[in-house]
Design a protein around this ligand. Structure first.
Ligand code: KG4
Ligand code: ZN
Length: 334
């Protein structure tokens, strides 16, 4: 069968990225320009600044990706792009760029839901094996998805309030760690001890999650320590907090694997870069005999490689769109 090359574009938040992926599994080349250093100055992503930087960077990123791949537009079968969810101004830059390229070079346009992208980060190098349970953990999402096939899936649990990445970033703020705080908490957690008593959130029979209570518990703990003139030990707080997150995520996910009788478990999203979370899932999966997959660290946070990989499966199954498609900041996956 002829090889299929997808050019992917991702601009849903603060990364401007373009990638070319072959047959949904082989990364040919990826370019990512991150704006994190700019947004750190403001303690979080500023939407207006994000879209302006996408406008500044998008042409460079696409041109560089193609040039360094030693391919030309003639080799590209389709253009995949994130249409939502995300920051509307940011999404529009990538979508309009993708439409322009598709129009000029007469290529099919493949709109990709950002969450589908995160899931298919697991396809790079491996392909996808169904049925599977996907735990999607990112700055905006905490979802358990049962996937029978590429296009047959259902949501079995999600967060009732904050997403897990959002919780990491807010807890980091209490500890004076700059945005995005997730990676630093992960590092600190491995240097500290589990000494602070924090509640396991929504410890019930559902497959839903909740992180706002945990965030408040950390904030209260920090205030109480301050009032008593006691020092907050960052490593210990990071370790105690991360252990609670791990317990919450693993207990519900493993129970769902057993209840739905599934063998394949994948993690997806920015928080799946977390070493503590990856290690615990790997350990439990090996004990339970599950096939466990996480994306390579570089494909966990936002990137266009995952969009091109997801775009491949959409394209070969005929999920192409007209150039009329609009960006959807609140696009639902299920
Ligand atoms: O998937 P992503 O790049 O953007 C969204 O789609 O939301 O995820 C970003 C989130 C941020 O909240 C960041 O703090 C978190 O992923 N993150 C981590 C780690 N690396 C990134 N959280 C915990 N541990 C990490 N190692
Ligand atoms: Zn993302």
């Amino acid at each position: 069968m002829k090889d299929v090359y997808i050019l992917g574009i991702e601009t849903s938040c603060d990364e401007t990225s373009c990638s070319i992926v072959k047959n949904g599994v082989e990364e040919i080349n990826t370019v990512i320009l991150s704006q994190v250093d700019i947004h750190t100055l403001y303690g979080g992503v500023v939407p207006e600044i994000a879209s302006r930087n996408h406008v500044k960077d998008i042409v460079f990123v696409i041109e560089k990706c193609l040039k360094d791949s030693n391919l030309s537009m003639n080799d590209i079968d389709a253009i995949a792009v994130t249409y939502g969810p995300g920051l509307i101004g940011s999404l529009l830059v990538g979508l309009e760029a993708a439409k322009t390229v598709a129009y000029i070079f007469n290529k099919p346009l493949v709109p990709v839901h950002h969450i589908r992208g995160h899931i298919y980060a697991n396809s790079i190098g491996n392909g996808m094996t169904f049925p599977l349970l996907a735990l999607i953990i990112s700055g905006g999402h905490t979802e358990l998805l049962y996937m029978k096939d590429h296009f047959d899936y259902k949501l079995i649990g999600s967060t009732l309030d904050d997403a897990v990445g959002e919780c990491y970033d807010k807890v980091a703020r209490v500890m004076d760690i700059p945005y995005p705080g997730g990676p630093e908490i992960d590092k600190l957690a491995h240097q500290g001890n589990d000494t602070y008593n924090l509640p396991i959130p929504l410890d019930d029979d559902s497959f839903n999650f909740s992180f706002s209570g945990l965030k408040s518990a950390v904030i209260n703990l920090a205030h109480n320590l301050e009032q008593r003139g006691e020092k907050l030990i960052k490593g210990d707080l990071a370790c105690s907090f991360q252990n609670v997150v791990i317990k919450s995520l693993t207990s519900k996910t493993i129970r769902a694997m057993e209840e739905y009788d599934i063998d394949n478990l994948i993690l997806a999203g920015g928080v799946s870069a977390n070493k503590g979370i990856r290690d615990e899932f790997a350990k439990l999966s090996s004990e339970k005999g599950f096939n466990f997959s996480t994306p390579h660290i570089k494909y966990c946070t936002d990137n266009a490689t995952m969009i091109a990989a997801a775009g491949y499966y959409l394209y070969i199954n005929g999920h192409v769109s007209s150039l009329e498609i609009d960006a959807e900041s609140g696009a639902k996956f299920v």
